[in-house]
Design a protein around this ligand. Sequence first.
Ligand SMILES: Cc1ncc(COP(=O)(O)O)c(C=O)c1O
Length: 481
Amino acid sequence: MIAVDKSAQSFLYQQVVELIVQQVENGTLRPGDRLPSLRRLSNKLEVSIPTVRQAYLELERHGRIEARPKSGYFVQAKRINPLVRTQCKSCKPVEVRCRNLIDRVYSSIHQPGMLPLGIANPSLASPATKTLHRAMKRIMARAEARSLTYAPFYGEPGLCRQIAYRYLNQGGSVDPNEVLITNGGQEALTLALKSVAQPGDVIAVESPAYYGMLELIESLDMLALEIETCAVEGIELKQLERALKSHRIAACLFSSAINNPLGCLSSDEYRRELVELLERYQVPLIEDDVYGELFFEGPRPRPAQFFSRKGLVLTAGSFSKTVAPGYRIGWLLPGSYGEEARKLKRALSCSSGLLQQLTLADFMASHDYDRHLNRLRPILRQNAERMVACVEKYFPAQTAISRPRGGSVLWLELPPEISSEPLFEAAREQCISIVPGGIFSAENRYQNFVRLSFGHPWSEEIEHGIETLGRMVQQQLQKAA
Ligand SMILES: Cc1ncc(COP(=O)(O)O)c(C=O)c1O
C-alpha cells in the first residue's frame, strides 16, 4: 500500500500528517513512542526532509507529538484534566495515625502474584542485574575476606568519594568525610529527623506526603503539619510562610526535587527560594532526594543543600530507586548536624553492608551507573506516557491525572463519589495492588485518590489491569448515582 501518493490533490506534508495520525489511532504508534527521524522517514516515504519536518511541526502544533531536545519527536498522550492543586485548606499540626492502613497496603504490595501497580520500584523497569552482579563478583574476588567484615561506621570511603564526586558533577562541593552511608533512604530520613527534632515537635510535610515519612513521624511521636503542595512546582511557599509565622515548626520534611506521589519537579530557582525562606526562620529542611536522578528531561535538579548558607539543610539520597532496593544503601549529607547524625548512626545500626557499598562504588567508578540511568530514564518516561493514555481510555472522564516529570508514580484524582479504600480492597481481590490516597495524608485527605506505579516493564497485563481498575471505578460510580 502506498503511504504517500504524489499524484494526489492534497499536499505531501498533509499526507504525512494523516499517516502518523492513522498510525496513532490504530495503535501502531503509542504514547511515548519515538517517531522515525526526519531523514529516515523522508527516505522511507520518498519525500523531502522539509516535507517531513513540516508534517512534524503541524502534529506538534496540534499536541499530537512533542519535540524533545536532542532526542527526537515522540507521540504525546491526549492530556485531559491535568491535576494542578492539592486539597489542603486547614493548616494545623496533627498526630499521625496511619500505621494500620500502611500494614494493609504493604501486605498487598508484597503478596506474590499481584499485578504490581502499588510498589514504587522504578529500577525494575530496566534492572541493572548483570552489570551489578559482575561488579560484585569483581569485589568478592579482590576483597576476599574483607568483604565479609564490618564496614566503617560512617561508610566505605570509596563509596563516599564516588557520591561526593557525583555532586561535584552537579556543581556542588561535598567533602567525602561528610557523606554518611545509611541503610537506605529511610534510615537517612530517620537520622536526619532525630538529629533536628524531639518527640512532640511539629514537622511540616507536603500534602500529599510519602507515607514512609508519615509513618516515621508517627513512630517518633512527632506531629505532622500538612502544607498545600502544587502538583507542578511543589510546596506553596506562601502557605509555608504563613505556617512558619503561626506555628513552632521544628523541621520541614519535603521531597524537594521530585515528589512522591505527585511526580512534580520543582525548579532550582524555586528550591533556592525555599531554602532562603526556611533559613530566614532558622528552620532545618530535610530534603528527600531519593528520586533526584530520575528526572525525565535534564539537567538533574540540584539538591536544595547547594543553596544553603547556614548549614540547615540535610539531604537524604538512596540507591533504592535507581539500582537495587534490596542492597539497602542510602546516604545522608547532614549539613551542620553531622556530629549528632553520626552518633545516631552508630547507636542505631552500627554500619551498613560492606559488600553492597564496595559493589556500588565500583559500579559508579566504571560509569555503569550512568549508563544504566541513561537507559532507565527514557523507559520510565515512556511508561508514564503509556499509563496516562490507558487511564484516559478506561477511567471516567472526570478523572484528573498528574503529569509526572520524573520518578515512577502516577497520582489520580477520581470523581468525589469514589472511595479509594474499597477500591483498593476490590482490586486486591482481582490480584491488582494499588495504593489508596488516604495513606498520603495525616488528616484523612485524598479519599478519592489513588497512586499507580509505572516502574515495571510495560506489558499487556499492566494494560489489562488498568482496564479492570477503570471498570471498577465506573461500576462504583454507577452504584453511587
Ligand atoms: C519518597 C521516598 N523516600 C524515601 C524512600 C525510602 O527509600 P529506601 O528504600 O532507600 O529506604 C522511598 C521508598 O519508597 C520513597 O518513595
